[in-house]
Design a protein around this ligand. Structure first.
Ligand code: FES
Ligand code: FES
Length: 162
């Protein structure tokens, strides 16, 4: 077992973990962060995407020990003062989800996308989110939501995480 210290959604945890434990299992099974789903067992779907020190990662492809001394933000840590993050609000307003299973990861990846490209074209959004799969929406409303969030966030801090 290895002792790690990790901050998740603003709270610092000290945990004893097995070297093989995946970050997504630490988040869900130990810390109760079930807002981060598991959608596959092949690192393909992106449903498990979180921010690790400000960069989006698929938390099923990161070991918990690799998150030692890092700052993790999940979809549960995005809202602030009872207010949704602009990306969450845009997904809601553009009806960018159906079953919602992909949505937490899609939102985290989209926030990271805007960090690198605050005014992305439709093509850039589709390319930037290609690691996140959605089986329901056909992606059109997701692209619209990211465009809408980009507009509402222009001139603001794009990724504070919270
Ligand atoms: S659960 Fe992580 S990529 Fe599918
Ligand atoms: S809304 Fe169902 S998988 Fe995307």
């Amino acid at each position: 077992m290895t002792r790690i210290t990790v901050t998740v959604d603003g709270v610092t945890y000290e945990e004893e973990v097995e070297p093989r434990l995946l970050l997504v299992h630490l988040l869900r099974d130990r810390l109760g962060k079930t807002g981060t789903p598991i959608g596959c067992d092949t690192s393909n779907c992106g449903a498990c995407t979180v921010m690790l020190d400000g960069k989006s990662v698929k938390s099923c492809s990161v070991l918990a020990v690799q998150a030692d001394e890092t700052d993790v933000v999940t979809v549960e840590g995005l809202s602030s003062g009872g207010e949704w993050h602009p990306m969450q609000r845009a997904f809601h307003e553009e009806h960018a989800l159906q079953c919602g299973y992909c949505t937490p990861g899609m939102i985290m990846a989209a926030i990271d996308l805007l960090k690198d490209d605050p005014d992305p074209s439709e093509e850039a959004i589709r390319e930037g989110l290609e690691g996140n799969l959605c089986r329901c929406t056909g992606y059109c409303n997701i692209v619209r939501a990211v465009r809408r969030a980009a507009q509402s966030m222009s001139g603001q801090e794009v990724v504070s995480g919270r």
